[in-house]
Every structure is written in structure tokens, then in C-alpha cells.
Design a protein around this ligand. Structure first.
Ligand SMILES: NC(=O)c1ccc[n+]([C@@H]2O[C@H](COP(=O)([O-])OP(=O)(O)OC[C@H]3O[C@@H](n4cnc5c(N)ncnc54)[C@H](O)[C@@H]3O)[C@@H](O)[C@H]2O)c1
Length: 270
């Protein structure tokens, strides 16, 4: 149901890997709302190929960039402005990866070069993206930057492992950079704390299937899907949310404020 909320707005979308990706759904919805954008992902993800389909569908160009590499980011930002014909109005950071999780290392048995790599990819990359945009003066006034996060930043979910720490850091960057970006350029910066969602990154977390059903039963409105998240992101890119900044916004059907639900109590009364 398009509302033309992003007509004339330009941006960059990081992190569309396949059609389950939150960034993929967001790109489709931004396109429907009249926004134009460049798609980007790590060169290795490009080789897996599917992003071309999304580019065709949305009339977008693709520029590969490792979000931890400052040269790649500078090239991405400059080329995007050339392609789109001016400064940017929105940026989605939809990136996450823990090497410890991938290699099956427990939280209490981390390999610290894995920890550093995951921290760089999942958290510091958000700072690198914003610093590149900021120094290049690439954002229009009242632009909007969004990154995706998870509630393990506030509460412990044992199998989320070191991603919990990465998300806490990511959310802090949104607040800190949001201050400077707001003051200096009237750009807003927020994180969306999304429900568990069946994507490649999500399913990498141990016990994901049990966990997603638990969250579904705990949330009064049920889990928010990738499409729901895309819709919320569109609202944050639109002019309807100009004074929302430096926030971590829970988008989880009410999960984060629910102590327990009747469904969960019933399960334990069996
Ligand atoms: N799926 C969930 O349950 C869930 C819940 C809350 C938040 N999130 C967050 O949503 C975001 C998107 O994840 P998703 O669930 O759509 O999974 P996904 O696997 O589809 O997306 C993760 C993306 O990160 C990209 N990436 C990894 N390393 C990169 C690098 N060095 N440079 C650039 N890109 C890189 C991957 O190629 C991939 O496209 C992540 O921040 C994730 O933590 C996911």
C-alpha cells in the first residue's frame, strides 16, 4: 500500500543478502514509496549473486563495499551521490556477523580476534559509515540514518553470544553520533530493535527456531516480520518522524515490555 512517503528521496541500503533479509524487504518498500537508492553489500556477499535480482526489480545500482573498510565506504558514498544526482536523505545499516557464533565458540570461550572482527563488522562499521557520510557532507538536512539491533543489548539471551555486546555498542554509537549529526547537520540517527526474524543472520543463532516461537507467544501483537520492519524503517526515513533521533526503538510486538504471557504460563502449567 504505497503512500509516496519517500518521493524524491535518495539513499544507500546496506545488507540485502537474499529475499529474507530485512534490508531486501526494506529496499522493496522504499522503492514502492518512491525512494531511489544504491544497494551495497560486502564483496563476498555479491558473489553469492542474489542482489542483482533486487537491483533489477528496484532499478538500483550496486556498489560493493566492505563496511569495515574506509576506502570502500568513501568510494561508495561518492559514487552513490554521482549516481543518484545529489546528497542523500536516508541510509540503512543492516549488517551483523559474529565469528564466535559462526565458529560455535561459547560466550565464555571467545577467541578475541574473532570478537574484534565481529565488533568491527557489527558495531564499529556503523560509526565508519556515519563518519564517512559526515566528513563528505553527504547527507541532506533532515536526513535519516537507521541501524538494526536486538534486545540482547539490554537483557541477556545466552545464545546471542558476543553479538549482545556488539549491539550495545551499536546502540551507543547511534546516540553519540546522533548528537553531533543532529547539532551540525540536522540529521537523525536511530536504531530499530527488531523481533527475531528468520534470515541468514537470525538463523545463525543457536536454538533460533525455539526462540522465535517463544517470542511469538510472549508478544501481545506477535513477532514483527521483516516486512513490518521495512514499513517501520520507511516511516523513519519519511518526513513524518523528523524530530525522532538518538533513540533505540523497540519493534517487537510488545515483547520487550512483557513479563510473561498467558500462553507461556499455560505451557508451564501442562
Ligand atoms: N534476524 C533477526 O532475528 C534479527 C533481529 C534483530 C536485529 N537483526 C539485525 O538486522 C540486521 C540485518 O540482518 P538480517 O537478519 O536481515 O540478516 P542477513 O544475514 O540477511 O543480513 C546481514 C547482512 O550483513 C552483511 N555483512 C556482513 N559482513 C559485512 C561487511 N563486512 N560489510 C558489509 N556487509 C556485511 C551480510 O552480507 C548480510 O547482507 C543485522 O544487524 C541483524 O543483527 C536481525
Amino acid at each position: 500500500m504505497p503512500y509516496n512517503l519517500l518521493k524524491g528521496k535518495k539513499g544507500i541500503i546496506f545488507g540485502a543478502l537474499d529475499e529474507n533479509s530485512i534490508a531486501w524487504k526494506t529496499a522493496e518498500r522504499v522503492h514502492e514509496e518512491g525512494g531511489t537508492f544504491v544497494l551495497t553489500n560486502a564483496p563476498i556477499a555479491m558473489r553469492m549473486g542474489q542482489i542483482n535480482k533486487l537491483a533489477e526489480k528496484t532499478g538500483s545500482e550496486i556498489i560493493p563495499a566492505d563496511a569495515t573498510n574506509l576506502e570502500d565506504l568513501q568510494n561508495l558514498v561518492e559514487k552513490s551521490m554521482e549516481i543518484l544526482g545529489g546528497k542523500l536523505d536516508f541510509v540503512l545499516h543492516s549488517i551483523g556477523m559474529s565469528v564466535n557464533v559462526r565458529k560455535g565458540r561459547a560466550y565464555t570461550d571467545q577467541k578475541y580476534d574473532f570478537t574484534s572482527k565481529g565488533w568491527d563488522v557489527s558495531a564499529v562499521s556503523f560509526h565508519k559509515v556515519m563518519q564517512t557520510l559526515y566528513k563528505t557532507d553527504a547527507m541532506n538536512e533532515w536526513g535519516s540514518i537507521v541501524a538494526l539491533t536486538y534486545m540482547a543489548a539490554q537483557r541477556t539471551f545466552p545464545d546471542y553470544n558476543d553479538m549482545a555486546d556488539n549491539k550495545a555498542y551499536l546502540e551507543s554509537i547511534a546516540r553519540s553520533f546522533g548528537y553531533f549529526y543532529g547539532k551540525d547537520k540536522k540529521v537523525r540517527v536511530n536504531t530499530i530493535s527488531q523481533s527475531p526474524t528468520p534470515t541468514t543472520a537470525g538463523q545463525g543463532v543457536k536454538g533460533f527456531d525455539g526462540f522465535i516461537s517463544y517470542a511469538e507467544k510472549m508478544s501481545p501483537l506477535g513477532n514483527a516480520s521483516a516486512l513490518d520492519c521495512a514499513n517501520y524503517t520507511v516511516s523513519l526515513f519519511s518526513d513524518l518522524t523528523r524530530k525522532v533521533t538518538m533513540q533505540n526503538l523497540f519493534h517487537d510486538g510488545g515483547f520487550s515490555n512483557t513479563g510473561v504471557s498467558n500462553e507461556v504460563i499455560e505451557k508451564f502449567s501442562e
